[in-house]
Design a protein around this ligand. Structure first.
Ligand code: ZN
Length: 202
């Protein structure tokens, strides 16, 4: 599966000159939600991800997604795995399990995001599941932003990765982009002006 082509075709992988939320510049930007706006594409991606998870032999009762980014991917992955789908969400900045969702002691939970960058939100979701007595059996995302190392890849995780090394992390592929501090950006040096993604109404 050529993940980059799928994201490009969906308009989810933008090319240009962007200011990232970190303030750094990059020639590429991911609008992860765009790849899921077509339900048939969402299904195709999550069925592929479910296949990778099944082949690992891991058993999953429930998929838990951190809202908002992980909800659609998590729901579709749960459908593909024949599992239950729940999500956690932030209230006053703190991630919580709400809306009557419950987790049983020993329930096998996979934490699912649309994309894993450093895994911060995924870890917050995992900590809630562990506190409630669930067993976090794996992390999953459609794509790995390149800071963490997905199962089956020989790349070492970067220091920014927050996911534990002893729990599998399944993803369909990696997106590793060059990022530059503004004063070292070659596109700026060429006189191009960086834009904030979304600032043109997309
Ligand atoms: Zn620049």
């Amino acid at each position: 599966m050529d993940l980059e082509t799928i994201y490009k075709d969906a308009g989810a992988l933008l090319e240009g000159h962007f200011i990232l939320s970190s303030g750094n510049h990059s020639s590429k930007y991911l609008q992860s939600a765009k790849v899921l706006e077509d339900p048939s594409r969402a299904e195709m991606l999550t069925v592929s991800l479910a296949q990778v998870i099944r082949e690992s032999g891991i058993e999953v009762d429930t998929v838990c997604a951190p809202a908002l980014g992980g909800v659609i991917a998590g729901y579709e992955l749960a459908r593909a795995l024949g599992a239950r789908s729940i999500f956690v969400e932030r209230k006053n900045g703190v991630m919580e399990l709400r809306r009557g969702f419950e987790v049983a002691n020993g329930e096998k939970v996979i934490i699912c995001e649309d994309i894993i960058t450093t895994g911060g939100s995924a870890m917050e979701a995992a900590e809630i599941m562990l506190e409630l007595g669930a067993d976090v059996v794996a992390f999953a995302a459609l794509a790995n932003r390149g800071f963490c190392s997905r199962t089956g890849s020989d790349k070492e995780p970067k220091p920014e990765c927050r996911l534990p090394k002893d729990v599998p992390f399944f993803a369909l592929g990696d997106f590793e982009f060059e990022i530059y501090p503004p004063n070292e950006c070659p596109m700026c040096a060429n006189g191009s002006e960086a834009i904030k993604p979304g600032s043109r109404g997309n």
